[in-house]
Design a protein around this ligand. Structure first.
Ligand code: PBG
Length: 312
């Protein structure tokens, strides 16, 4: 069977900032911007015109604190963006990232366990129960704003079950969950961390993200998320993890997404700019490989370009 990419396979990530008339360039991340809520509507209008059916929102608050207070603001940028998008484009599927790293001064994905005892270079441990409470609260706020999907990406244990539970208890039984199920502690997240201003201020994420030298745990995490009630699972990053995608798909015939992350995108962009390869040809080869491996949906910063190329 010949594999062909379709525009509706793609999910486009969008960064949301506070303020008005903002379209901020990100030096390490060519072609990607942070938008204020008033400008997001224009961006999504373009996205919709291209035939892309889903966006994934990331909030980038202007102030952060140790408690991630802005993550729980019902008037926060993500809630406002969800409302603005759903009001204008009711058919657009709006997904939101649920994680604390862009909201905390320390830049870690959850509530840190006994901060004073954390070393400065070792993997940081998160307090799982406190993190689950925070993620659940954040997911509920996004659902109340009208998000169709919430996507927990903190790699806390049982995060999908906790979120399913709070959504159901509050009547949001139709809100779906995409688990960032197999998320590796990767070097491919650099430009994203500039975009979201979410680089860890000390230690690293190996205390909660997966070790790339192993695959069994990744497959177990995917199974756990399915058992906990996820509607879609994910392998992240994509390009260096095609084996995980293929194995996951073979084990469970379940909706599977992969995240073609920021440095995978930046490599292609920078190489094309240097004249090392043809951007379009390279993007089609890479994204086709992800689909061939078994990904049903691909979250990619190339989505608008691909949609344009497919129209031409
Ligand atoms: C963490 C998160 C990350 C990405 C999305 N959500 C990674 C991280 O900083 O650990 C990376 C996505 C990308 O690189 O495009 N909540």
């Amino acid at each position: 069977m010949t594999i062909r990419i379709k525009t509706k396979d793609l999910i486009y990530p969008v960064f949301v900032v506070e303020g008005k008339r903002q379209q901020q360039r990100i030096a390490s991340f060519p072609g990607i911007y942070r938008f204020s809520v008033d400008r997001i509507v224009q961006e999504v209008e373009q996205v919709e015109r291209l035939g892309i059916t889903s966006v994934l929102l990331f909030g980038v608050p202007s102030t952060k604190d140790a408690q991630a207070s802005k993550a729980f603001d019902t008037q926060g940028v993500v809630s406002l963006a969800v409302q603005a998008i759903k009001q204008r484009f009711s058919h657009m599927t709006v997904m939101t990232d649920v994680c604390l790293c862009a909201y905390t001064t320390h830049g870690h994905c959850g509530v840190i366990a006994s901060p004073k005892r954390q070393g400065t270079t070792s993997p940081v441990k998160i307090d799982n129960d406190k993190t689950l409470a925070a993620l659940s609260r954040m997911a509920l706020i996004h659902a109340q704003a009208g998000a169709d999907w919430v996507a927990p990406s903190a790699m806390a244990k049982r995060q999908v079950a906790a979120i399913r539970n709070i959504l159901d208890t509050n009547g949001f039984t139709k809100t779906k969950i995409m688990g960032y199920s197999a998320k590796f502690a990767s070097n491919f997240y650099g430009p994203f961390r500039h975009a979201a201003d979410s680089a860890p201020q000390y230690g690293d994420r190996k205390g909660y993200q997966l070790d790339y030298a192993q695959s069994a745990q990744a497959l177990q995490e995917i199974k756990d998320d399915i058992d906990e009630g996820a509607d879609m699972v994910m392998v992240k990053p994509a390009l260096s993890y095609l084996d995980i995608i293929a194995k996951a798909k073979a084990r469970a015939r379940f909706p599977l997404a992969t995240y073609n992350v920021s440095a995978e995108y930046a490599l292609v962009k920078h190489g094309a700019k240097q004249g090392l390869w043809d951007e379009r040809a390279m993007v089609f080869e890479i994204i086709t490989a992800m689909k061939r491996a078994g990904a049903d949906r691909i979250i990619t910063y190339h989505a608008k370009d691909i949609a344009l190329w497919l129209k031409a």
